[in-house]
Structure formats: C-alpha cells, structure tokens
Design a protein around this ligand. Structure first.
Ligand code: AMP
Length: 541
C-alpha cells in the first residue's frame, strides 16, 4: 500500500520561491569586491536568480551542464546558487586559493561551460583561460564600468550587463530530485583533487537538518554571517538553510580580517556566524586589545579543524557567545556532527561541560557513524577505544565524480580518514587523522605533493611532509629531508625551489634536515614515529 501524500520532488528552486514569497523583505547584505556594502533582500535575489536562469537558457546550455564560480561570499554568488541549480544545471564552486594550474585542471575535469569570477581573480583567469578547453563563456561578476580596459579573455562580459537583458519571469523546470545540483572538489591525499557531486535531494535534506535546534538552530529571527566560503562545501549549506527559514544573510566578500568581520557583525546585528578557527582567531586578536564587545552575536559554529579550548573559553567567558563545535567533510555536504549538550549535561560544573564541548559532537539525524579497528571490527562507544571513523546517510558521498577504480565505500560506509572515539552518549571526538594531509587555515595541503616537489630537487634523497601546530593557521607544513651524500643543500635553497610549483600558502614553513626518516616493514615512511621524534620542534618565529 502506498502513502497518499503528494509526491513533489525536493528542488532547490523551491527554496528561493519560498524565501521570496514568505521573507521577500528580509535583507541580504554583502561587502563587495568593489569596496562598498551592497543591500538587497530575498525578493531581489529571487528575481535575479530567475534572470540568471534565463541567461543560461540563452547560452543554450543543456540540462546538467556545469557552471563554475570563482567567487567570494556575496549576493551575486547567492543568485548563481539558485539560478544555476534551479534550472537543472550544476553549480561548480571552485576554490580560488588553489594553484592556477590546479584550477584549470579542475575546470577541465568538470567540463565547465561557463566561468563566473570575481574581479579579484581576474589575474588567475587571464593566466589560465587558454588552458580551460571546455569553458565557452567568461562572466566577470561586476558591471561594465569595472571590466578591464584590455583583456586576453575571449568574449569577456560583465554579469550585470548579461543579466540586465533578461526577463525577470521564469518557470523553474521540474525534474528528478536526485539530479545533480552542485559540485565541489576536495584536495585528495594524492595527486589530483576529487569532486563530490550533490543532488537536489541531498541538499534539501541537509538544509533541513542544518537548521534544527540542536544543529545550527537557524530561524527567521537570525542574522547569519557565513564567513566559511561559498566555494568550500556550499558555505556549510547555510545559503540553503537561510532561504528555508527566511534568515537575514550577511556576506563578508573578500574582507576576512578581524576588524572587518567584527565590524560587519556589529553593523548588521549578526546573531549567528560560522567559520574555521583561523577566522575567529583573527577576530579575537583584534577585539582583545581594544576591549571590544558584541552587542548581538549569540553563537558561532566552529569547524573544519579542531576548535582550540582557549577559543571556546574566550567566546563563552569573555563575550557570552556559545561555540558550537562542528565536524563534517566536503564528502558529507558537509555536516556530520554538532556539539550541543544534552539535557542531562546542563547541571554539570562548567569544567565538565567544557570537556564535552571540546568534542566534535553527536550525530545529526540522517547521519550514522561507527568506528572500526584494524580488522574492520566495530569498536565500542566507550569514549576510550579509537578507530577509523565511517559514516553513511542521504547527504554522504557514494562515489567521486568521474573517478576510476573501486568505490571508496566499505560495505556501504564512507571512510572519513579521521580517527575518533565515541562516548556512551554518542559524542564523537577526533583523535588523529589516517589521511596524509595537512589542514592550514581550513584549506588542505597534500603532504604527498609537497614531498614530490622536494624529491624533484637533485640534492634530496628522501622527503616527508608533516603538519606542525600553529597558533593562527591551526597547522602548517614542514618538510623533513634526508640530503644526498656530499650535498650541502640548505633550507633557503630548497624553499626557493618550491616557488611557482605550488600555491604560495602551501609552501612549507621550514625544512628540517635529518640523517634518516623512520620506515616501516614495507618501506613506507612512518610519520607517526617522525612526529614523535620531532615533538620538541618549534616553527621559526
Ligand atoms: P573538508 O572536506 O575540507 O571540509 O575537510 C574535512 C576534514 O576536516 C575532516 O575529515 C577532518 O579531518 C577535518 N575536520 C573538519 N572539522 C573538524 C573538527 N571540528 N575537528 C577536527 N577536524 C575537523
């Protein structure tokens, strides 16, 4: 027997329709690349999203074609979120912090047809457009007045002139809710990045879950500042949830320094903000010496890297702001766990509560998790045993885009590459990482790429890249090197060798020369042993 309820599929276009109809006057405020503050509202976003839809139809793009963005958080990016996916095309958000060659590789791999970019990234596009063989249309996210006088980019046009010519009416097409809506590449442990492809169904389910009270608790009374970039897992899904609940959105654009973020929070009555620890570190460092206070901020979601205890303390004790520690992945849309206390924890002394808040949190409904041991056996939820963390759920990746080889799943579970314990109350705590990567300021650095560059130097016999704790960037890479006999290679020479071969921020902070790197039985470098050997190492000031 079938249920007798209506069977409308879940569609991203329904979010923007809803936001326009029920919260049309709610503001969307953006700091722009142009330097000013732009104000619109959900009705304005909806109207221009429909113009984007008409413009894409005008380009003759097929259903499922990819439209790439290389952009900061702002209203134009938001219009593309809804306009592109709403028509059944796929929004491909590209991380501008990657090396230009990698951006070109990603655009080709995704077979992007259109590239919309903020003017900040014009130099990148000037450099790579000839390499991007599938891109037919280059759109600068500005008006005609801000276009460059001279450019080598073929047919470059401004977003504003592109939209201006379009009808404001559009009827969103109806299609299978499992159709792709957006995609995001994540730097893998080896070689080239891999893409997670989200669907309309996964995005809407994730948006519902993200808004729940024990998750990010988003509502029509909130003014939300996603500092987490819209090019990194859809800004943790906040643009979709904000449309769903009718919250005000505040976008920081390129201004991510402490003074700018603090200023925006105060000016726009922000109640809720989300970002990686590095962003909050910069903001707290700005506020402390000036004895600044928040007048509206109630809570921050901090994730992407482990949140330092001092940060939770500072927000709570100095500013009365609740920190919600969150964990997730690009492959998980991204939310997996949030750390909100249960009723029985409310009577605990503050220090005991803090021990819980430091954990990455408990599962959101929709996500299932487990930890397994070396033989694949399930480990107990006793808060002591640690093992590989596996997840599954309707917004967890099944396979990577155009990835050859076996599925990453293990009996239907996605291996996260994180090592964790889970306590009897279901609070998960990350204790280590089995994947060989370093996360600096919320962005990945592949240690293997860093090692390969060092190994290409004629004086290097062996190289191992490891992460070292850093007060601002959470982690920074260093490269540990065994020189070839007779070589007098020095650190400065090797660091200079990295120039131009990887993005500047991915270049290691230091080179440590050692006589030997510990190896396991199969000849694999034992990085755990290496980290132990270098536990007293301190980064150069
Ligand atoms: P990404 O795909 O770039 O969002 O990165 C996901 C990975 O970041 C996870 O698998 C973890 O290794 C790490 N990560 C995310 N959130 C946290 C957190 N709260 N604490 C520790 N590591 C985290």
């Amino acid at each position: 027997m079938l249920g007798l309820m209506q069977g409308q599929g879940l569609a991203i276009s329904s979010l923007i329709d809803f936001a326009e109809k029920h919260h049309g006057d709610v503001e969307v405020v953006s700091k722009r690349v142009e330097g000013d503050v732009h104000r619109t509202h959900w009705a304005g976003i909806a109207q221009r999203a429909r113009q984007v839809a008409n413009a894409l139809d005008g380009l003759g793009l097929a259903f499922g074609d990819r439209v790439a963005t290389l952009a900061w958080n702002g209203y134009r990016h938001l219009e593309l979120y809804f306009g592109v996916s709403g028509t059944g095309r796929v929004l491909h958000t590209v991380n501008p912090r990657l090396h230009p060659d990698q951006i070109a590789w990603i655009a080709n791999h995704a077979q992007d047809q259109v590239m919309c970019f903020d003017m900040t990234f014009l130099p990148i596009i000037e450099k790579i457009h000839a390499q991007c063989t599938t891109v037919k249309h280059w759109i600068a996210l500005c008006d005609d007045a801000h276009l460059p006088a001279q450019t080598s980019i073929p047919g470059l046009r401004s977003y504003e002139s592109w939209l201006q010519a379009q009808d404001q009416q559009y009827v969103w097409p109806v299609f299978d809710e499992n159709s792709a809506s957006s995609m995001c590449y994540t730097s893998g442990t080896t070689g080239n990045p891999k893409a997670a492809v989200y669907s309309h169904r996964s995005t809407i389910l994730h948006a519902y879950a993200a808004a729940l009270p024990d998750v990010m608790c988003m509502s029509a009374r909130d003014s939300i500042l996603p500092v987490v970039p819209m090019f990194h897992v859809n800004a943790w899904g906040i643009p979709y949830s904000a449309a769903m609940v009718g919250a005000k959105l505040v976008f920081p654009g390129p201004a991510l320094d402490g003074a700018s973020v603090y200023g925006l929070i105060e000016a726009e009555g922000v109640t809720f903000a989300a970002g990686v620890p590095t962003v909050w570190q910069m903001m707290l460092s700005h506020m402390g010496p000036k004895a600044l206070r928040f007048s509206t901020l109630q809570r921050t979601v901090i994730g992407g890297s482990a949140c330092p205890p001092a940060m939770i303390h500072a927000f709570k004790n100095n500013y009365g702001v609740e920190v919600l520690h969150a964990w997730g992945m690009t492959e998980m849309s991204p939310l997996g766990t949030l750390c909100t206390l249960k009723n029985k924890h409310l009577g605990l002394p503050p220090e005991d509560q803090m021990q819980i808040r430091l954990k990455q949190g408990r599962c959101i409904y929709g996500i299932d998790m487990k930890i397994i041991g070396p033989e694949g056996q399930d480990l107990p939820w006793d808060g002591v045993a640690t093992g590989d963390l596996l997840v599954k759920g309707p917004w967890v990746l099944r396979e990577y885009y155009r990835q050859e080889g076996p599925s990453p799943l293990i009996d239907g579970w996605f291996p996260t590459g994180d090592v964790a314990s889970i306590d009897p109350d279901g609070f998960m705590q990350i204790t280590d990482r089995s994947k060989d990567v370093i996360k600096s300021g919320g962005e990945w650095i592949s240690s293997i790429d860093i090692e390969n560059i060092a190994m290409a130097h004629p004086d290097v016999q062996m190289a191992a890249c490891i992460g070292v704790a850093h007060p601002k960037w959470d982690e920074r890479p260093i490269v540990v090197v065994v020189k070839k006999p007779e070589s007098n290679l020095d650190a400065a020479t090797l660091l200079a060798f990295y120039q131009g071969k990887t993005a500047k921020w991915q270049i290691p902070d230091d080179v440590v020369f050692v006589p030997a790197i510990p190896l396991g039985a199969t000849g694999k470098m034992l990085k755990t042993r290496l980290r132990e050997q270098l536990q007293d190492y301190r980064l150069p000031a």
